[in-house]
Design a protein around this ligand. Structure first.
Ligand SMILES: [Zn+2]
Length: 249
């Protein structure tokens, strides 16, 4: 993931082209990256994405704007170009354009999706599947030990997570399960590290490929899952020391 910004021609372009790639992160020689092509996108983020190639390791990788996960059609979170959440709290309104939208809709009684899919519109079956995926993402659709681990990664109060987890496991309808998802999202701390915490939780739950966050000016990428080898510059996250919390977990 990189920061995209409008260039002089008007289209969003990466602010900085990564000089290294995930393929070179394990010490198998230095990457030699260059811009390869662009991929047109019909779905979010609605603008072409730059495809890179590493000539050393003969690997291709796509630069997504911050907030998008690899191969995802919908943002994980609505964030600014620098990766900070756009909202002060994860209210239902702030989640409408994210992959948690199905849970938000299902938690509100009037907006269950149609039972039968017409003309490619999403169906109730899709909504149920997406609610389950959102619950997996947050450690609710999981046994107790992994759920506790997920609470730690999400930096949410362990007792609160356990209570919502118990409610989720006892829930018998899509709506009540979705309400648990929405309640837990509302309890997350909204700060500059939220996106990386969510990406990390999604990766651990097996519902999100590993993403790398290229830090402009720093000269390295930051993996969403593995512990960082060094701290991010304070400017990236407004000086909040949360990255060290991630390193401990
Ligand atoms: Zn490489």
């Amino acid at each position: 993931m990189v920061e995209y910004a409008d260039d002089e021609q008007g289209g969003p372009q990466p602010v900085e082209i990564p000089r290294t790639a995930p393929c070179g992160a394990e010490g198998q020689g230095s990457c030699c990256t260059r811009r390869h092509s662009v991929r047109e996108r019909k779905t979010s983020p609605g603008h072409p994405l730059v495809v890179m190639v590493c000539k050393t390791h003969k690997r291709y990788f796509t630069l997504y704007p911050l907030g998008h996960m690899p191969y995802g059609r919908t943002p994980v979170l609505e964030v600014t170009a620098e990766g900070r959440p756009r909202s002060q709290a994860l209210s239902p309104a702030s989640l409408r354009e994210t992959l948690f939208a199905a849970a938000v809709d299902a938690s509100e009684s009037a907006t269950l999706w149609p039972r039968d899919s017409e003309h490619g519109r999403p169906s109730l079956r899709t909504q149920r599947r997406q609610v389950k995926r959102a619950a997996m993402w947050l450690g609710l659709d999981a046994p107790t030990r992994p759920a506790e681990q997920m609470a730690h990664i999400l930096d949410v109060d362990l007792l609160l997570h356990a209570q919502v987890h118990a409610r989720y496991r006892a829930a018998s309808t899509t709506r009540s399960r979705a309400t648990c998802v929405v309640d837990l999202l509302a309890a997350l701390s909204v700060d500059g590290m939220l996106l990386i915490r969510l990406l990390r939780a999604g990766h651990l739950a097996g519902v999100c490929p590993e993403a790398w966050w290229w830090v402009p000016g720093a000269g390295y990428g930051y993996p969403s899952f593995r512990s960082p080898r060094r701290s991010l510059p304070a400017s990236v996250f407004g000086g909040r020391p949360g990255v060290n919390d991630l390193a401990r977990s």
